[in-house]
Design a protein around this ligand. Sequence first.
Ligand SMILES: *Cc1c(COP(=O)(O)O)cnc(C)c1O
Length: 379
Amino acid sequence: MDNILLMLPGPTTVDPRVLQAMGKSVVNHRGDEFGVIYDETTELMSKTFQTKNSSYILTGSGTSAMEAALANLVGKDEKVLNVVGGKFGGRFKEIADVHGINAQTLDVEWGTAVTPDMVEEALEADEDIKAVTVVHNETSTGVAAPIEEIGEVMKNYDALYIVDTVSSLAGDAVNVDKFHIDACVTGSQKCIAAPPGLAAVTFSDDAWAAAEKVESNSYYLNMPKYQKNGAKSPAQTPYTPSVNLIYALKEALEIIQAEGLDNRVARHHQAAAATRDAVKALGLELFPDESVSSATVTAVKMPEGLTDDQVRGTMLNKYGVQLAGGQDHLKGNIIRIGHMGVISYKELAITFTALGLTLKGLGKDIDAGAGVAALANHY
Ligand SMILES: *Cc1c(COP(=O)(O)O)cnc(C)c1O
């Protein structure tokens, strides 16, 4: 197990320091000691989101934060516009449906990115839209949406701007306040490189004002309750949090601050550019257009004549490198290489050595070392 290199778009490899932090004693979650740790963790979270607003930690995976944002900001029968260009965009629509929210979709072809103009047109066409959901990094297709430019559109409308940065925060540029984001959500196990099991949410003043008026139809994910308990002294959460996962998250966020957010984002972009060139050098094709491809996960078309089992199976079983497959209709048609979290030249060199040998071994007429050689141009 320990030998498997996780090149997945989450969960990602966790630094031993972070794992060790989890082993500290469990403390009373309503006591002073935990209150200080919770406050420090949410402050680090706000720094990472780049917002002056408070952040809240939820015990749940990234999806819990998606649901918290929607269920607290848009009431039953109110309208939300869900930008859907992949599995996670579609998840926002599914959540809206479950909560009886009137979900309108702005469909974007999988593998392409939504544009600010498309969002503006949709808002112009329907003034009842109360919120817009955008997935920054559509992990299922390896496409990054222009959330800063969309924010420039959103700031001119009353509609709330809800952004999923589960697979981009601390890997690609996310600046909640500068991008005019009203609700930003993330998860612990992707670029943040903490273990799975926690999510985080931050709301703008406009979002809190909306939340006050919405009769939340979630008991557990009631954000005003998180706000009220977070403001207590010592700071608390409404229900028992995963104390030890919060120790780990805090450690992971400290590592991020020590590296520097900008440096970390640059490191991810460097890994993404190197990955794209290495993929092409091995004769493979990228799934999305290069101009919109993600900084944290690269989606690659399945090599002609080979199956998912052959490629990913050999990578895993022979070389100990785990890649992700496609989801929904892309299952079997793409492979996804996650390069988020601690990923650097070393992990990419192992991955592309293995991928070159895998393809060569499966009969592809290629130079097995071409991928690694291409990486070297970026480091
Ligand atoms: C991973 C992911 C999520 C949440 O998935 P969980 O399994 O609930 O953590 C949401 N959105 C995006 C873009 C993701 O990559």
